[in-house]
Design a protein around this ligand. Structure first.
Ligand SMILES: NC(=O)c1ccc[n+]([C@@H]2O[C@H](COP(=O)([O-])OP(=O)(O)OC[C@H]3O[C@@H](n4cnc5c(N)ncnc54)[C@H](O)[C@@H]3O)[C@@H](O)[C@H]2O)c1
Length: 322
């Protein structure tokens, strides 16, 4: 099959591309290398059926043509990461909303299948123990730009569902929870790569807030397995799926586990949200997915536990010291 992967030079995109190529598929990547890199695709060689198109989704003239010669689009390109979103809210909204609008419009002519990568952030401030795809969503005020990421991704979901309903297009949506693994950078506030690189360097691990907030971390290879499984599941079209691990850990617990696992001399330092992000920053105490829908659709569940994840991220940093 011929796949188009927007954001294919990014963290998750590059693992997806690697997996598709390994199975003999042809892949075209569109990426502006804003947070992704060519290095992420360095596993490819001259024999790989890979085309890399450097360009901005917001104004790439050949977007519709590239979509029309593909059997399916994985739309992963986005402005990602809380730090990036807080510091560049205009770019976040433009990339996430207008970029998705252009992809869906481009897919309309040939009714090309599109998988849209959304995020657990859309659940917002809901204090439910487990987030289910059918839940009401509780987003904060527009005066707090943190919520622009969630809202922009939610609008992508509405766009996708509208094209599915009104145009009968094969669209599906995945809400990714924290995804981690090799090639993820800590530069934009992602917690695990930040902790692992600091622990390896013996420097303090900064935990934001009181550290009691919990998250679940899913290895990127498990996420890619979910993306690939859902893409070929007819029952998944027109639906939304949570994709994430259900192994919950607090940020204090995560920092301590990383230090212990890597036998590091690092200490834990608490930093206020105001200092880490901006005044009035709101964080969620828990973010635990209900994964019954994807389990029922394709029998998916994550295969990696937290220690295996920490080891794979640490190996990546050791092998890519620069
Ligand atoms: N990593 C996670 O934990 C996580 C969680 C929830 C959702 N997601 C979603 O998964 C997708 C991939 O995220 P990621 O973690 O791999 O992030 P990433 O930043 O590594 O990947 C995004 C890619 O999109 C590219 N890009 C950004 N703007 C672009 C534009 N205008 N035109 C072309 N390319 C552009 C970047 O260069 C990058 O390669 C995103 O849609 C993100 O919202 C990720």
């Amino acid at each position: 099959m011929k796949y188009l992967v927007t954001g294919g030079a990014g963290f998750i995109g590059s693992h997806l591309v690697e997996s598709l190529l390994k199975d003999g598929h042809s892949v075209t990547v569109i990426d502006d290398f804003s947070t992704g890199s060519r290095e992420n695709l360095s596993f490819a060689n001259k024999k790989s059926k890979l085309d890399i198109v450097e360009g901005d989704l917001l104004n790439l003239p050949e977007l519709e043509y590239l979509i029309s010669r593909s059997d399916m689009v994985y739309h992963l390109a986005a402005a990602v990461g809380v730090e990036l979103v807080v510091h560049d809210p205009v770019r976040t909204i433009m990339t996430n909303v207008h970029g998705t609008e252009r992809v869906l419009k481009g897919a309309e002519r040939c009714h090309t299948k599109v998988l849209i990568a959304s995020t657990s952030e859309v659940y917002g401030k809901s204090d439910k123990a487990k987030f289910h795809e059918g839940d009401d969503l509780l987003i904060g005020p527009s005066s707090n730009c943190r919520w622009s990421y969630a809202c922009s991704k939610l609008l992508d979901e509405f766009f996708g569902m509208a094209y599915f309903r009104a145009e009968k297009m094969p669209i599906l949506i995945v809400r990714l929870f924290n995804t981690v693994g090799p090639r993820q950078t800590g530069r934009y506030g992602m917690v695990l790569p930040r902790f692992v690189s600091k622990a390896l360097a013996g420097e303090p691990l900064q935990v934001y807030g009181n550290g009691k907030q919990t998250r679940c971390f899913c290895h990127v290879s498990d996420t890619v397995r979910a993306l690939r499984g859902l893409a070929v599941c007819d029952k998944a079209v027109g639906k939304v799926f949570n994709v994430g691990s259900t192994e919950e850990i607090s940020m204090n617990g995560l920092a301590a586990t990383v230090i212990k696992r890597l036998k590091s001399k690092s200490v834990i330092e608490h930093v206020s949200y105001e200092k880490a992000y901006e005044s009035g920053f709101e964080d969620m105490m828990r973010r635990l997915p209900d994964t019954k829908a994807i389990g029922n659709a394709i029998g998916w569940k994550p295969a990696h536990n937290l220690n295996q994840i920490i080891d794979s991220v640490a190996d990546y940093f050791r092998n890519n010291k620069k």
